[in-house]
Design a protein around this ligand. Structure first.
Ligand SMILES: [Zn+2]
Length: 464
């Protein structure tokens, strides 16, 4: 017992000595200073604070030698975008690389948090604060990497651009502008996004996989409405808006969209199946081998974590009907939310649903402006740069491309023809992920371990 205790103390003192070294580096200190400062600026929608954050960052870049015209703050209503150009020596003749992040955060009600949300706090395990993972961590890492490289005298052989949007969590107006209206960004070869992807750890801190977000499903909601002349509830009739809409919804429940896959889907299940093992792992391997294996795809459909990986899904999420308890309903409306597999259009899904419900009296309205974006096919050079950065930390770790259910800036860039992969530098336990939620956090270890991630990738892709 005593021996173990002594050994324990020795171990602790060795790790903390190591940790101190990392934390004492100029780059670590600068990264933390930027992280702390920007978490302290409440960049929630409607507060008008994003331009302040952009101005603070722009000033940091100027202090290390970026020229006045290398940084541009582009105002947009109460928010803003920031573009920072890292000038190139032009030696490679290669097209620019974009590095993406968003400066805004989801709102946070201070009274519900255990700690002040707009202040970077910490205990012995985590940093806390709104944006500590989504996405001020990414902004801090990308910004401090540019500052570090500039101080080192690094000159990329192709142009690099930091592209920070200002309303990713709400309207994505700045994202649309950045992806579609900036000629200097439109020539990019590809974009790397700090706002998704990254490593997964188990509860003991062992690395499981590193994931690269290479596609996003299209998010769309339809409103289905059935109208009726109504009447007195003492005189019921067979035609009834609620019953008829309910019948339609049950048909949607029972409808299965066709199985879809890409090389990425098969690769995902090949690696995940091998890791997971057991019956479900075996099913994944069978699907990877032969995606037309109906038994395998039917089995995967029963798993809520994987159903969306192999097909389009639609589910009823809201209902509104009737106006008085003693009246026949004059209308009934349901909201059906769909996550569409890349390559399938919103119009096709709407048509499928209309065919399934088989009732011409139901009005279909598409809500919002859905963004259909393609899969970004993997590239050898990008994957090997990512592998280099990941394997420095975790040798031989599996790197898996995946498709997200939708919602990052990446989809606008993919739609604009710029392949985009999201590759966060963070490794964390998915059960500790509280992005958008209460007491959002980032493991302190993830912060310090990730400090070299972006430098390694940039030097691989733009340094030789
Ligand atoms: Zn985000």
């Amino acid at each position: 017992m005593k021996y173990a205790l002594v050994l324990g103390i020795l171990l602790i003192s060795t790790t903390s000595a190591l940790a101190n070294n990392v934390q004492d580096s100029e780059h670590a200190k600068k990264s933390l200073e930027i992280y702390r400062t920007i978490v302290g600026i409440p960049t929630v929608a409607g507060k008008g604070n994003v331009p302040k954050m952009a101005a603070y960052l722009a000033d940091e870049f100027k202090q290390v030698g970026f020229r006045e015209d290398d940084t541009q703050i582009i105002p947009s209503g109460e928010t803003a975008s920031l573009i920072v150009r890292y000038p190139t020596n032009g030696l490679s003749q290669k097209k620019p690389i974009l590095l993406l992040g968003h400066m805004d955060v989801v709102s946070a009600l201070a009274k519900d948090w255990e700690r002040p949300p707009f202040e970077l706090t910490q205990d012995d395990k985590n940093f806390y604060g709104r944006g500590s993972i989504d996405n001020k961590y990414g902004i801090a890492m990308l910004s401090s990497t540019f500052i570090r490289l500039k101080k080192q005298g690094f000159v990329p052989n192709r142009a690099l651009y930091l592209v920070f949007s200002g309303d990713e969590e709400t309207g994505m107006v700045t994202t649309r502008m950045l992806a579609n209206e900036r000629p200097e960004l439109a020539t990019a070869e590809f974009a790397l996004n700090s706002d998704a992807g990254g490593g997964s750890l188990d509860a003991n801190g062992n690395a499981l996989t590193y994931k690269v977000q290479a596609a996003e499903k299209t998010y769309v909601s339809f409103e289905l409405t059935l109208r009726n002349k109504g009447g007195h509830s003492s005189r019921p009739r067979p035609d009834n808006a609620i019953y008829e809409l309910s019948t339609a919804l049950l048909k949607i429940r029972d409808y299965h969209f066709p199985v879809r896959w890409t090389d990425m889907t098969r690769n995902f299940f090949r690696i995940t199946g091998k890791q997971l093992g057991g019956e479900l792992g075996g099913v994944m391997l069978a699907f990877a081998e032969n995606p037309t294996d109906k038994q395998a795809s039917d089995r995967l459909e029963l798993e809520s974590s994987y159903v969306g990986t192999t097909r389009t899904t639609c589910v009823t999420t809201m209902l509104q009907a009737g106006h008085a308890e003693n009246a026949l309903p004059q209308s009934a409306t349901a909201t059906v939310n769909c996550r569409i597999f890349p390559g399938v259009t919103v119009a096709e899904v709407k048509q499928s649903l209309q065919t399934v419900v088989d009732n011409d009296e139901i009005e279909f309205v598409t809500l919002g402006t859905p963004i259909e974006s393609p899969v970004s096919e993997l590239r050898e050079d990008v994957m090997s740069a990512i592998a280099k950065a990941v394997h420095v930390r975790y040798p031989n770790l599996d790197i898996i491309p995946y498709m997200e259910s939708g919602g990052t800036d990446g989809m606008h860039f993919r739609k604009a023809g710029i392949p985009t992969w999201a590759i966060s530098s963070a490794f964390m336990d998915p059960n500790e992920m509280f992005a958008h939620g209460l007491n959002e956090r980032l493991p302190i270890k993830a912060f310090y371990d990730g400090l070299d991630h972006w430098s390694i990738i940039i030097k691989e892709l733009a340094g030789k």
